[in-house]
Design a protein around this ligand. Sequence first.
Ligand SMILES: Nc1ncnc2c1ncn2[C@@H]1O[C@H](COP(=O)(O)OP(=O)(O)OP(=O)(O)O)[C@@H](O)[C@H]1O
Ligand SMILES: [Mg+2]
Length: 341
Amino acid sequence: MKIISVVNQKGGCGKTITAVNLAAALGQGGKRVLLIDLDPQSHATFSVLRETPRVTITDLLEAASTNRSFPEGNLTVELAPNFHLLPASLGLASLEHTLTSRDDKLKIVEKFLLSAGLDFDYLLIDCPPNLGLLTLNALVASEYALIPLMTCDFSLQGTQILKNILLMIKEFKGSAPAPFYLLNQVDQRSRYVKQFLQKTRQQMGNLLLSSRIRTNVHLKEASANGCDVFRFKPDSRGAEDFRSLAKEMQRITGEVSWTPLFLKKQNLEEVYVVGDFNDWQKEDSYKLKKIGPDLWSINLSLEKGTYRYKFLAENKWIPDPHNALSENDSFGGRNSLLQIH
Ligand SMILES: Nc1ncnc2c1ncn2[C@@H]1O[C@H](COP(=O)(O)OP(=O)(O)OP(=O)(O)O)[C@@H](O)[C@H]1O
Ligand SMILES: [Mg+2]
């Protein structure tokens, strides 16, 4: 089961529209998909479900956190063949509040997912517009973070906090979801947008998805009509864009495992990662992207196996300070270790 959190603390950047329509597109492509609405505002729920749900994610997280059994019967609502929903409710806000005093407060969603016996190919989590406990829970449980961005400079600046959170999660549990950025509400006719696309591509490299979601009124109308764009207007540009995003996400989440690496260090000009996977050679495709004033990152796609590596910056070898796994190298230093299962 591939778990993808759709996340950005900035409100209104397209998390819900992405979570709903990507889930629907993957379902149309024959994958079994569950959309989890983890936002107390319940926008994803309202945008695809008319009736009052029998079971919500709030009930299930409450049960998981108090070791009670789950309700009898189906836990999810089938919206279309292959496309299920776990609805939200306003009660998620008070649940989040009660979690704050618990030791396992970051792991309740993960605990629920491990115990619920869900059988899906993809699980998409629509996160609330903040970096509170619900969002952190989603990220801790996920392998991928899909981050919709509006096409404007402020949206790039806003993601720095999120990147620091991913780094914190990496330190907390030894791994973090691999971040992928998605440009939303793109109007390719404008010159500003063309320049923005070029700049963002340079800055983010393969962290930026090639699929883009154009502004399309049918996406908005579909959610106002309580359904995804494929049921509402399957031949629209919105549907076309989400079909291509689904293909790209299937490729990314396919065979290889994505491992995000981070380096937080001041006053560096450029940073490479070198290791067993590239014969310890400094190569352009292994150059980290500067994603914050002192934060560098790269997503490595690796087959199963064990790999040794280091960062190389300003002709200095730097073991990964955010990875506790390491071993001595033959030069009196340390190599960081990655184990991909
Ligand atoms: N590509 C698009 N084309 C047209 N309308 C869009 C597009 N993307 C988003 N919108 C509209 O912009 C608004 C905000 O989108 P959405 O609800 O998906 O954002 P969000 O990040 O989930 O917001 P929140 O942070 O409140 O949860 C909605 O009205 C949505 O219909
Ligand atoms: Mg939303």
